[in-house]
Design a binder for this molecule. Structure first.
Ligand SMILES: Cc1cc2nc3c(=O)[nH]c(=O)nc-3n(C[C@H](O)[C@H](O)[C@H](O)COP(=O)(O)O)c2cc1C
Length: 323
């Protein structure tokens, strides 16, 4: 399959693995890239720019194919040393960066001067257009279904993607809620040039997370995610568990007076415990509604091959036949 995204990134299949905190290590990124997709290392999971340089080197040892690094611009008082992380990316020879969170504009000149292609992930048409205007090469349009931060507009991909197609000139991928071939074909039909998947890639053999996390995704249905932190305008879609129940209770009690301090222990610093130790009740962790469509734990190559071959069958078979 050839799309503007496969051309832009020099990849075989239009499938990207989005950056994921404490999931997007070199092992997963390399497995996705080796399977013909675009694997992405999560920059800020690496404690220091030197650690990121090391992770990039490890990934290069595992794949000769293109891979990217995610840089999430967080709304924090003490910003990570972004220029140094960017230097590690440039020095490491990485040619693709997925930005997310705040406007990446201040850092774009450094990335562009180094010949790096930037795909910005955002959750609305207006932010997508902004990304195009400031010079991003592509956009990852993240719908309300997504695991992680869906923004505050609550527009599902059935509307968001065709709206993005109406407005954008740069290539874009559909992100959020995607895990199978039907959805890939639907995304292409709605104007996207490929897909970005997060949650689905956690339930793969190579994802370097505890088996409990993968089993939880297979066991979960589409009804098992919740939205938290809405009063803070930092909404996050997470897997339901006892910690999330407690967060929601605190949110109900505090109403508009909710402060991050009220829930910090339940939402912050939990990824090493969940992803590393498999302690599934220790706090809130991002998870998309696509959990309802995850029924197995394949290798990344099996997952991507299956999606691509089934997509071809749908396009040549069912879709051609209805004409
Ligand atoms: C466990 C987890 C951690 C994530 N961490 C990040 C992150 O650090 N930075 C980021 O830009 N996106 C992050 N995301 C969002 C994904 O990159 C992707 O946009 C999202 O998962 C797409 O929705 P889906 O899960 O329905 O496929 C995370 C998602 C999950 C599930």
């Amino acid at each position: 399959m050839k799309t503007r995204i496969t051309e832009l990134f020099g990849i075989e299949h239009p499938i990207i693995q989005g950056g994921m905190h404490f999931v997007g290590f070199a092992e997963l990124a390399a497995a996705v890239s080796n399977a013909g997709g675009l694997g992405i290392i999560t920059g800020l999971t690496q404690k220091t720019p030197a650690d990121l340089a090391n992770e990039i080197a490890r990934c290069k040892d595992m794949t000769d194919r293109p891979f990217g690094v995610n840089l999430t611009f967080l709304p924090s008082f003490v910003a990570p040393p972004y220029p140094e992380y960017i230097k590690a990316i440039i020095d490491g020879g990485v040619k693709i960066v997925e930005t997310a969170g705040r406007n990446p504009q201040p850092y774009l000149p450094y990335l562009k001067d180094a010949g790096i292609k930037v795909i910005h992930k955002c959750t609305s048409v207006r932010h997508s257009l902004k990304a195009e205007t400031i010079g991003c090469d592509a956009v990852s349009v993240d719908g309300f279904e997504c695991g992680g931060h869906p923004g505050e507009d609550d527009i599902p991909n059935m509307i968001l993607l065709p709206r993005a197609a109406e407005e954008l000139s740069v290539p874009f991928v559909a992100s959020g809620g995607i895990g199978n071939a039907q959805q890939l074909v639907a995304a292409l039909a709605m104007g996207a040039d490929g897909v970005n998947m997060g949650t689905r890639f956690i339930a793969t053999k190579e994802a370097p997370v505890h088996q409990n996390v993968k089993d939880a995704l297979v066991a979960a249905s589409e009804l098992d995610t919740r939205l938290i932190m809405r009063p803070l305008r930092n909404t996050e879609r997470v897997m339901m568990n006892s910690a999330v129940e407690r967060v929601m209770e605190i949110e109900r009690e505090a109403g508009d007076t909710l402060a991050i301090e009220d829930i910090r222990d339940l939402v912050s610093g939990v990824y090493p415990k969940v992803m590393g130790e498999g302690d599934m009740e220790s706090g809130a962790w991002s998870c998309g509604m696509v959990a309802g469509l995850i029924h197995d734990i394949p290798t990344c190559a099996d997952l991507i091959d299956r999606m691509m071959s089934e997509a071809e069958t749908i396009i040549r078979g069912r879709l051609a036949a209805v004409l």
